[in-house]
Ligand binder design. Structure first.
Ligand code: FOL
Length: 219
């Protein structure tokens, strides 16, 4: 059950955030994120098991209120504040009502199939994802959760932001590549794993150049 995948967009410096949000706005890149993390089970009209996404509290807060919980996926939010209020329910996840933090505030249009669950740690979130019969489990940030999840990860889907350099980044993901034990998979392996045709080579969007990469643990 520890086969977690990290998904991240990061500069060549490993910058991932600035002032509590993403340093860039890349609509096609974020659509890639949505498609990969949702998968088939959570796609509209899709049958089968949903994927889970696991994020830290600050990442949850960085997602615009109207987009969260991210639809078609079981959203786990890790916080050490036991009473942290997600502003949504866990209905539809198969997770007990005791985990529902605030039924009364379900005023954001969240349907029964859109759910978020508070977890006290990464391990607790992974256990609950397993209990909820999630298919794939993605850790979606931020820096602390990436660091905690890397030892458990078998795969990293990284969108490498090549330029500009986004020097203003103030949050960074750990440099897993420099530490060894990882190798970049061929592009076809990325397409096979996500089960759709991913644009090959350097992409350009709103003046930003980036590339979709998949890295696999080799040790
Ligand atoms: N990984 C990658 N590759 N790109 C990212 O932008 C990214 N972002 C996060 C984690 N991993 C990533 C965390 N930040 C949304 C907003 C911020 C965010 C993650 C997701 C979000 O609103 N996603 C919607 C799509 C919204 C849209 O299409 O504009 C979703 O349904 O996933």
């Amino acid at each position: 059950m520890n086969r977690v995948t990290l998904i991240v967009a990061a500069t060549t410096n490993n910058g991932i955030g600035q002032a509590g949000k993403l340093p860039w706005r890349l609509p096609r890149e974020i659509q890639y994120f949505a498609r990969v993390t949702t998968g088939q089970g959570g796609a509209p009209g899709g049958e089968g098991k949903k994927n889970a996404i696991v994020m830290g509290r600050a990442t949850w807060e960085s997602i615009p209120r109207r987009f969260r919980p991210l639809p078609g996926r079981i959203n786990f939010v890790v916080s050490q504040q036991a009473e942290y209020n997600l502003g949504v329910t866990s209905a539809g996840t198969g997770i007990g009502a005791d985990k529902i933090k605030n039924k009364e505030q379900d005023d954001n249009g969240a349907s029964d199939t859109e759910a978020a669950v508070l977890a006290s740690s990464l391990d607790a979130a992974l256990e609950e994802a397993h209990a909820a019969d999630a298919s794939r489990v993605f850790v979606i940030g931020g820096a602390r959760l990436y660091a905690a999840a890397l030892p458990l990860a078998e795969r990293v889907l990284i969108t490498r932001i090549i330029e500009p350099s986004f020097e203003g980044c103030d949050v960074f993901m750990p440099d897993f590549i420099g530490g060894g034990g990882w190798s970049r998979a061929p592009h076809d392996a990325l397409c096979a794993w996500v089960e759709f045709e991913v644009p090959r080579g350097v992409q350009e969007e709103r003046g930003v150049r980036y590339e979709y990469e998949m890295w696999i643990r080799t040790d």
